[in-house]
Design a protein around this ligand. Structure first.
Ligand SMILES: NC(=O)c1ccc[n+]([C@@H]2O[C@H](COP(=O)([O-])OP(=O)(O)OC[C@H]3O[C@@H](n4cnc5c(N)ncnc54)[C@H](OP(=O)(O)O)[C@@H]3O)[C@@H](O)[C@H]2O)c1
Length: 187
């Protein structure tokens, strides 16, 4: 029988370069700029519209949080949970800090409140979630650019895991979104 707790979904959603990096070494973000419509058969948009329904939150690592503050906060008033070992202060009411066991964060704090839990980076936090088996869906947007070096999304400390392809969306911008489900999640 499916319990209420099982209805939530943790979705890892990041943008990576063709060679698997999510940030340049110097943190500059011009590689994320789209270069206009280059793929006629693609659909409009870029996948950023997907958070969808009301009942969702964002989860991010503290370095992503600090970078997002510098760039201009992209998460609006959506409840946002920042994982850190530090005592950070936020002027934003929508931001809560969390330190501790990530499984407890998902099962006891987020799952009872949110249906979709969007894990939006960075690499370190995504790797921790993956190694604990806490990710139900991976939505990887591939930017048509090779960076050559940078921060690798998956690193090289993971273990082999099969994922089930659920969808492929090609955008006019040349971005391709790959959607994979975990074999352990019901949908
Ligand atoms: N392309 C994209 O879609 C995308 C998405 C997100 C981020 N980024 C980029 O990625 C870079 C940041 O990624 P990152 O991997 O360096 O850092 P990150 O994952 O954003 O943050 C790492 C920090 O989060 C905290 N943390 C992570 N796992 C933890 C755990 N299990 N328990 C407690 N705290 C934990 C620690 O904070 P404390 O040190 O405070 O304890 C750690 O230093 C930035 O340049 C950002 O712009 C790109």
């Amino acid at each position: 029988m499916q319990t209420d707790l099982m209805k939530h979904k943790v979705i890892l959603h990041v943008v990576a370069s063709l060679d698997g990096f999510i940030a340049r070494n110097d943190n500059s973000v011009s590689w994320l700029d789209d270069t206009g419509d280059i793929y006629e058969r693609g659909v409009a948009g870029n996948g950023e519209e997907e958070a969808g329904e009301d009942n969702y939150c964002f989860v991010l690592g503290s370095r992503t949080y600090e970078h997002a503050l510098q760039l201009g906060w992209p998460y609006g008033d959506t409840p946002t949970f920042v994982v850190t070992h530090r005592q950070l202060q936020s002027a934003r009411q929508s931001v809560e800090f969390y330190s501790g066991d990530l499984k407890r964060l998902v099962d006891e704090i987020l799952a009872p409140r949110f249906r979709n839990i969007w894990l939006v980076g960075g690499a370190r936090l995504c790797q921790d979630f993956l190694s604990l088996g806490l990710v139900d869906e991976i939505r990887l947007s591939i930017m048509p650019v090779l960076l050559g070096s940078g921060l690798s999304l998956f690193g090289n400390a993971g273990s082999e895991t099969r994922w089930r392809l659920k969808d492929v969306i090609a955008y006019k911008t040349g971005i391709v979104e790959l959607v994979y489900g975990s074999y352990g999640h019901p949908d």
